[in-house]
Ligand binder design. Structure first.
Ligand code: AHR
Length: 522
């Protein structure tokens, strides 16, 4: 009986409030730049992200440039990839960079203990990674080893890469074929040092951070942007301690938060889910907004000028691996739900652009919420890829203040069979959005309709400007589980959008169910 009333109450609560969605854009305001680095990526020595994803080796029949896949480089250039984080993740705190330089045949072979226990032959190392970044035209973001490395090892890595002149490490670099130093700015000092990066307390890591960071030198004109290993999701004590004890020595503080539909033991399938699971997953991903607000508040107390960036350098959806694949490889498919997750998080980052100036989705290829999947010579652009394609319109544009009023959607009563996905729902806004003005004066608005069933109509009122034209692109598909495969790679892809009408300065947009839309307003 009790259960019956609970169910009735839930059903009543699920009737979505339906009124007029409205977005006001203050087009003549805006002071904050949305850093293009908020659309950054992450490549770890994990599964087939590096090997088979980026790297096939020079002798491969798959078209490559110095061992790096040409199709992957071309696809990532189309989304203007701004930076790439490497070599981990957890792998970073077990990686000894000197194993990955010099003639490839002489590099040690070892076990990737963290990820699948496979052989790591070190054929992809520092030179290969920096060559990859040069081919991509993106900035490298290197994460150094604090957990099992030494201060000397990290210090020498910086010297090897960036010192222009006569020094033991610069000479070694030249011997290995690179005369001129590379420019590397983004430098991570450890990863998840509360967990796989050493299981440290915040205070212990803060002291270690200061020590390691001291010996990461700025050589010549190279200026390091040092990023401290940050909190796990809502561990606000970590942020408080790091800011208090080491805030003055860092330029960035990271944050890791993954969207897991179920529990860590039973995360849920990437492709086989119902509307309830879909909505509870989106509700969980929206937690990012609260995390950024609360971590930022703590940072504001120590750093009111917002000098230190908050860097969510691992975010995205984490599901059970695809059946039949190595559990240590974290290979998962990517559906329209992932596009909604990506669009929602990127909107959240945009709206926190004063503090969030870099973010990295986990991970670029074949791992977790990947933008690309590869299998031998085949490549697939995932729905998440297309979201990055849409959001490049915001790169280095000025964030415009917005006010959004949105309908609410909520889960239907969860089925008993779905217990891990059952959670009390307060409902969520059907729409989330962000807006920016680019250097030429064009306004771009990205809108996510999270409603799995209903089109949502929204009125957009850009204030302080005269609108002449509106056009757009959209990522839409017929089912929330739709995805691209090696046999059907273009099922979910961006298309021109003609659901926007302009009348008397107001833009009325019909957002298809479960869609991500980019509008260009001139
Ligand atoms: O992205 C996969 C793993 O998730 C990373 O190696 C680690 O940092 C995090 O726990």
């Amino acid at each position: 009986m009790k259960h019956f009333f609970f169910t009735i109450a839930l059903v009543a609560a699920f009737v979505a409030a339906r009124g007029q969605n409205k977005l006001v854009i203050h087009a003549d305001q805006g002071q904050t730049t949305i850093s293009k680095h908020n659309n950054g990526h992450f490549a770890e020595h994990l599964g087939h992200c590096i090997y088979g994803g980026f790297w096939v080796g020079e002798d491969s029949p798959i078209p490559n440039t110095r061992g790096i896949r040409n199709d992957v480089v071309a696809a990532l250039k189309e989304i203007s990839i701004p930076n790439l984080r490497w070599p981990g993740g957890c792998f970073a705190d077990e990686y000894h960079w000197m194993d990955g330089i010099g003639p490839r045949a002489d590099r040690p072979r070892m076990i990737n203990t963290h990820w699948g226990g496979v052989v790591e032959d070190n054929s992809f190392g520092t030179h290969e990674f920096l060559d990859l970044c040069e081919q991509l035209g993106c900035e490298p973001y290197i994460c150094g080893n604090v957990g099992s490395g030494s201060v000397e090892e990290m210090s020498k890595w910086v010297e090897y890469i960036t010192f222009d002149g006569e020094s033991p490490m610069a000479n070694l670099r030249k011997q290995n074929g690179r005369e001129k130093p590379w420019k590397v700015s983004f430098w991570g000092v450890g990863n998840e040092n509360w967990g796989c990066g050493g299981n440290m307390t915040a205070a212990f890591y803060a002291d270690l951070y200061r020590r390691y960071a001291t010996y990461c030198r700025n050589y010549g004109e190279n200026r390091l942007f040092k990023i401290a290993g940050g909190a796990n999701s809502a561990d606000y004590n970590w942020t408080e301690t790091l800011m208090r004890d080491a805030g003055g020595q860092m330029q960035g503080l990271s944050l890791h938060h993954y969207t897991v539909p179920g529990s860590w033991g039973r995360k849920g399938s990437a492709t086989n889910f119902n509307e309830n699971e879909y909505l509870s997953t989106i509700e969980k991903t929206l937690v990012m907004n609260e995390l950024l607000a609360r971590h930022s508040n703590i940072m504001d107390r120590f750093d009111p000028q917002k000098r230190v960036a908050l860097v969510p350098d691992e975010w995205g959806a984490w599901y059970d691996v695809e059946p039949g694949t190595n559990p240590g490889f974290l290979f998962q498919q990517n559906t329209l739900r992932d596009a909604i997750i990506a669009g929602t998080n990127l909107n959240i980052f945009n709206n926190h652009a004063d503090r969030v100036r870099m973010a990295n989705i986990a991970q670029t290829i074949n791992v977790l919420q990947a933008v690309l999947l590869t299998k031998d010579e085949k490549i697939v652009r995932t729905p998440t890829y297309w979201v990055f394609w849409l959001y490049k319109a915001h790169h280095d544009a000025t964030l415009l203040p917005t006010a959004l009023t949105a309908n609410r959607v909520a889960q239907a009563a969860p089925a008993q069979a779905n217990l891990p996905f059952r959670r009390e729902s307060r409902g969520i806004d059907a729409i989330n959005a962000s807006a920016s003005r680019d250097a030429s004066g064009k306004i771009h608005v990205t809108l996510v309709n999270v409603d799995p069933k209903n089109e949502q109509s929204i009125e957009i009122e850009p204030r302080g400007t005269t609108v002449k034209r509106v056009s757009g692109h959209a990522l839409v598909s017929s089912a929330i589980t739709d995805h691209n495969t090696f046999d059907a790679p273009d099922r979910v892809a961006v298309k021109p959008f003609n659901g926007a009408r302009l009348a008397k300065g107001v833009v009325t947009v019909k957002l298809p169910a479960c869609s991500v839309v980019l509008l260009e307003i001139e």
